[in-house]
Design a protein around this ligand. Structure first.
Ligand SMILES: [Zn+2]
Length: 127
């Protein structure tokens, strides 16, 4: 299950970040997910709920923001945002460079799922 392994990786990254800041509880996680990552958001949220059980990030509120799809042209090296709406198939089958109209393009952004931001509580240590 693609979503579950992604969820585990996200929680691991959040735990590392929380530890490095001395956080005692993670209350919110903001993710950016590219449309081309093929991740199902509901399944990812479910995976995160399971993966965060018993960790510092349990019950954290998950915000998901879309990560824009970008392409880079292999002919003229122009990088551009993909603004097409519609299904993944429509988007992938109509990718071309806005400058030279070549369809010899690479997806340079949009496959990723990244942790953009973490909201955490830091408690003063007593004693
Ligand atoms: Zn081009």
């Amino acid at each position: 299950m693609h979503e579950f392994s992604t969820a585990v990786n996200i929680i691991e990254a959040v735990k590392r970040a929380a530890k490095s800041y001395g956080a005692t509880r993670v209350v919110g996680i903001t993710l950016q997910i590219g449309k081309l990552s093929m991740l199902n958001h509901d399944q990812l949220l479910f995976g995160l709920e399971i993966a965060s059980k018993g960790t510092i990030a349990e019950n954290a509120k998950i915000n998901i923001e879309p990560l824009p799809t970008k392409i880079r042209c292999r002919q003229c090296s122009t990088e551009s945002n993909v603004t097409q709406k519609g299904s993944l198939y429509d988007i992938l089958s109509s990718l071309n460079c806005p400058k030279c109209e070549s369809n010899d393009v690479d997806v340079s952004q949009g496959r990723e799922c990244v942790v953009k931001d973490i909201q955490a509580e830091i408690e003063e240590k007593e004693k």
